[in-house]
Design a binder for this molecule. Structure first.
Ligand SMILES: *[C@@H]1O[C@H](CO)[C@@H](O)[C@H](O)[C@H]1NC(C)=O
Ligand SMILES: *[C@@H]1O[C@H](CO)[C@@H](O)[C@H](O)[C@H]1NC(C)=O
Ligand SMILES: *[C@@H]1O[C@H](CO)[C@@H](O)[C@H](O)[C@H]1NC(C)=O
Ligand SMILES: *[C@@H]1O[C@H](CO)[C@@H](O)[C@H](O)[C@H]1NC(C)=O
Ligand SMILES: *[C@@H]1O[C@H](CO)[C@@H](O)[C@H](O)[C@H]1NC(C)=O
Ligand SMILES: *[C@@H]1O[C@H](CO)[C@@H](O)[C@H](O)[C@H]1NC(C)=O
Ligand SMILES: *[C@@H]1O[C@H](CO)[C@@H](O)[C@H](O)[C@H]1NC(C)=O
Ligand SMILES: *[C@@H]1O[C@H](CO)[C@@H](O)[C@H](O)[C@H]1NC(C)=O
Length: 853
């Protein structure tokens, strides 16, 4: 195993030097119009992420391509986030005699709004960022894992090189009145050493965090000032130490230029202590003049991780290659590996941070690591389980050592399930992982930041009712996201069942498979919109359907609310209603574990297909948010994979390109980009289960190396061209393969999938019942006794062809629309360990089986 891995990495190294995929990466894509992409210098999962900070409302990740001036260049950022400004601590700003009135440091503009400087176009590539400022200074930065190395080049005419370091600065201006700074000579580097720390507030979470730095300049300053709240104090050459109470505070230094007019500054960062920040800096970059060597090493690291995927780009445009490699590159920026630098607890387990947030990343990022970086994914799983061990809960969002806000379900359950079913195991204590998942399911958490809410209510009613606040007392502005959370809980429970199955816990498997059918308790088969019937609708505790007086005008439920065409911006955290960041139109597709039942509930394959078409055509689909990903692939579930090809093609063409705004929304830690990666590879993961839906590749040949098993998976698209984009037939390792999905064994064991491409939509390949992806109700996922759900009460359309009219089935009779009668089948509460569904449905399941198999 070990020697195999070594051979593999040696082979990869050769190959990557040859291929240099980094040449196709443009980190600036997505830095305009809300992509919030981090475009600076970092390593794969690097702790340090350095880039210039724009004075822009869109500066969540630092630099924005909107022409805004630059108020700093700093060493910590997050990528693609949608919350507040993240990190950006301890910014530098190179200044000149022009801004500082003839090199008088007390005249330098220290306040952020007055110090911002215009600039020319930046240059960015993996491990490198540079920007020419209009004051004549060019700022460059490259990185190692915990250290940034800056090189400031001043104009030859400069008689002093001035530099500001704001110790209390961060993008969100969140300094908490507690910081430190010290300045002293560093004999080793023959320069000045500044160390310090500050307390700040996380951008999408609770509490506060402390972070530490250790900066070394390549020269000793010739003049220096400490400033705090606009009071200036002289810095002498010997020593200076100060506790900082007020903001802004920092140091200003002037250096005499040598012949090169460059000033190098090494910035070590630690979450533990300033001493550790210095130690990292000294180990990783002993020589401040080694900028070019550090840059070369950083690029080599990127080529090595990018090179786990090889593509044959024959006949493929440079644009397509740039989109692919840049998107893949961004999937490795977050989370950050800060193993060994966790101040919160002592552990031999890895520690990873900047999960921002798992709601965004469980669908596409972690499944990608499962095939391209399983070794890292195993460390991530271990880190998440260790967060559970030490904080009591798995996180959903977690950044800068703090608990982040939860958007939906306890999606770490699905993240863990995804890795579990894919056999990712290195060093993972799955028993404890399972225990953590069970806790999510059984114990009421503070669902703003950990665990779930509405557990007791869900046990009682089979769904989370509107207004169920549990630990979170209601206020007028408080809304519960009850519908979207329930859908996610149901899917999270399915993940728990998969793990239970694998750990030989059949009682738990059966219980959670059953719970996963709860989605159907919010299925209102009597709601119509835009000529389609049956929608997920929030529900009151008394069983009546909920209407939100703010959005559901005239007493009619609006399944398009929160979609791009109606109330799009109503549904963010704290602002919305019962759905989070997507409409009922979109959430009504979210039953990834039992699509066969959903197809039935929607009225059969033809209606399902027409409904998907309508969803996209009418603008209900929102590609700018993660729930919009999977619907583009759902035609596979009704045996129409060629329609998936068309749909994905048009989504990529409409929303993705290589311009600076070439993203449909916030990149969300690379999730938006990951959609493009998967789609160009030709398959898409149903995150949280072992299913990859086949689309079609955009490259004639793709090879994926598994760094954990050494396996090689090769996909060949024979005859591929812009017009030959439909799969006509396929073989897997030489045997005919007609399923329109594949499972993870292809990547963990290796193999060759050969697709024969053609210009017409094949009526045979991937179209038959036996070719459809797994669903619980059609005996998928190894559950032989799983059935389609029936509601606790209320209407349904699922049994529309059934003669069984027990349990409120039968075309919605007895239902109520618009918060009407409710209670039509009584307040049947489910006994312990039972579910939504049980009592009936054998006749029904026969109907379903005959349809879906
Ligand atoms: C330098 O500054 C420190 C702190 O303000 C002070 O203790 C020390 O005496 C100063 N040394 C000289 C040589 O001025
Ligand atoms: C994460 O960091 C630790 C400590 O530096 C290191 O041993 C480990 O290899 C890193 N993991 C990955 C996937 O790079
Ligand atoms: C579920 O798993 C837990 C932990 O292994 C175990 O204690 C419990 O008895 C199981 N429940 C059932 C119903 O099997
Ligand atoms: C619903 O169907 C009718 C009749 O075919 C059509 O006129 C109308 O435009 C459709 N409504 C929508 C929203 O598509
Ligand atoms: C219901 O039955 C009819 C007639 O048997 C059939 O044509 C139709 O496709 C069925 N609908 C569903 C949703 O299965
Ligand atoms: C690139 O994509 C963005 C975002 O989807 C879009 O607004 C823009 O018009 C596209 N640009 C080009 C040149 O296609
Ligand atoms: C639900 O759980 C019971 C055991 O409690 C099991 O017998 C049954 O098959 C399950 N039903 C479904 C629909 O999974
Ligand atoms: C849906 O509910 C409305 C109002 O309660 C009722 O008039 C209508 O008949 C119902 N439709 C079906 C298909 O049950």
């Amino acid at each position: 195993m070990r020697s195999r891995a070594l051979v593999l990495s040696a082979a990869l190294a050769t190959l990557c030097t040859a291929q240099d995929p980094a040449q196709f990466v443009n980190p600036l894509i997505g830095t305009k119009y809300g992509g919030h992409v981090f475009s600076g210098a970092t390593l794969p999962w690097g702790s340090v992420k350095a880039v210039a900070d724009s004075a822009s409302n869109d500066a969540q990740a630092g630099y924005v391509s909107d022409g805004s001036p630059i108020h700093g260049i700093s060493s910590l950022h997050d990528d693609g986030t949608g919350g507040g400004y993240s990190l950006g601590n301890f910014p530098f700003l190179p200044l000149t005699s022009t801004e500082c009135a003839g090199n008088d440091l007390t005249k330098c503009p220290v306040v952020r709004t007055s110090r911002a400087i215009d600039h020319g176009d930046p240059t960015a590539s993996p491990g490198y960022f540079s920007i020419p400022l209009n004051n004549g200074v060019t700022a460059e930065v490259t990185v190692t894992q915990h250290t940034a190395l800056y090189r400031f080049t001043y104009q030859a005419s400069a008689d002093q090189m001035l530099l500001l370091l704001e110790v209390t600065g961060d993008l969100g201006q969140s300094f908490q009145g507690s910081g430190k700074v010290s300045v002293a000579p560093n004999p080793t580097t023959k320069g000045t050493r500044i160390t310090g720390s500050g307390d700040f507030i996380p951008s999408f979470g609770q509490s506060k965090y402390s972070v530490y730095f250790c900066a070394d300049t390549s020269d000793v300053f010739t003049q220096g000032k400490y400033y705090e709240s606009l009071q200036f104090t002289d810095l002498n050459q010997t020593a200076f130490e100060k506790d900082i109470l007020l903001s802004p505070a920092g140091v200003l230094m002037g250096f005499s230029p040598g012949t090169a007019h460059t000033l190098e500054v090494r910035m070590g960062i630690s979450w533990t202590s300033a001493e550790k920040a210095c130690a990292y800096a000294e180990q990783e970059i002993p020589d401040l003049s080694a900028f070019d060597a550090i840059h070369t090493a950083a690029r080599a690291k990127w080529n090595s991780i990018l090179g786990t995927v090889e593509i044959d780009a024959t006949g493929v445009s440079t644009d397509t290659q740039q989109l692919f490699w840049t998107s893949l590159y961004r999937t490795y920026i977050s989370p950050t590996n800060i193993t060994g630098d966790n101040p919160l607890w002592t552990s031999s387990e890895p520690y990873w941070d900047s999960f921002y947030c798992i709601w965004d990343t469980f669908r596409v990022i972690h499944p990608l690591y499962a095939i391209t970086a399983p070794t890292a994914q195993a460390e991530i799983i271990r880190a998440l389980i260790d967060v559970y061990r030490n904080t009591g809960w798995l996180p959903d969002c977690r950044m800068s050592l703090d608990k982040g806000f939860i958007q939906g379900g306890s999606n770490a359950d699905s993240l863990l399930a995804d890795s579990y079913v894919k056999g990712i195991s290195a060093g993972i204590d799955w028993q404890t992982g399972f225990e953590a998942m069970l806790k999510d399911a059984h114990e009421e958490g503070d669902w703003q930041v950990q665990g779930r809410g509405g557990i007791a209510s869900r046990d009682k009613y089979g769904y989370v009712p509107v207004g169920d606040y549990a630990d979170d007392p209601p206020s007028a502005a408080d809304h519960t996201r009850s519908a979207s959370r329930l859908l996610e809980y149901a899917y999270n429970d399915f993940g728990i069942a998969l793990v239970a199955q694998g750990l030989n816990s059949p009682g738990n498997a059966s219980h959670f498979f059953n719970k996963s059918a709860d989605w159907f308790n919010l299925w209102n088969g009597n709601t119509s919109h835009a000529n389609f019937t049956g929608f997920i609708q929030p529900r009151n505790a008394d069983g009546s359907w909920f209407l939100d007086p703010r959005f559901d005008e005239g007493g009619v439920f609006r399944p398009d609310h929160c979609s791009p065409v109606y109330g799009h911006l109503d549904c963010f955290l704290g602002g919305g209603g019962e759905f989070y960041e997507a409409s009922s139109w979109e959430y009504s597709w979210f039953v990834p574990h039992d699509m066969a039942s959903l197809v039935q509930a929607m009225g059969g394959a033809d209606t399902f297909s027409a409904r998907l078409d309508k969803f996209f055509a009418a603008g209900f689909h929102d590609m700018g948010d993660e729930p919009g990903f999977l619907p583009t692939y759902l035609y596979n579930y009704i045996g129409q994979p060629a329609k998936t090809v068309d749909r994905v093609d048009s989504v990529l063409a409409q929303y993705y390109n290589t311009s600076l705004n070439g993203l449909p929304g916030n990149d969300d830690s690379g999730a938006m980009g990951a959609y493009a990666v998967w789609s160009q590879l030709g398959f898409f993961p149903v995150g949280g289960q072992d299913t990859y839906l086949l689309n079609r590749p955009y490259f004639p040949k793709i090879t994926i190396h598994n760094d954990a098993t050494g396996a090689v998976a090769t996909i060949i698209a024979s005859g591929l061209s812009d017009t030959n984009k439909y799969i006509q037939s396929a073989t897997l390792d030489g045997q005919p393969y007609t399923k329109n999905w594949i499972s993870h064994q292809f990547f963990s064991k290796g193999g060759t999938l050969t697709l024969t491409m053609g210009s017409s939509k094949s009526s045979s390949w991937g179209t038959k019942d036996a070719d459809l992806p797994m669903s619980l109700s059609t005996k998928g996922f190894g559950c032989d006794d799983c059935k389609s759900p029936t509601p606790v009460r209320g209407p349904t359309t699922i049994a529309s062809n059934s003669t069984d009219d027990d349990g409120g089935s039968g075309g919605g009779s007895g239902g109520s629309s618009g918060g009407g009668s409710g209670r039509n089948s009584g307040t049947r509460s489910r006994g312990h360990g039972s579910l939504t569904t049980l009592p009936s449905l054998i006749a029904l399941s026969l109907v379903l089986l005959s349809f879906a198999l």
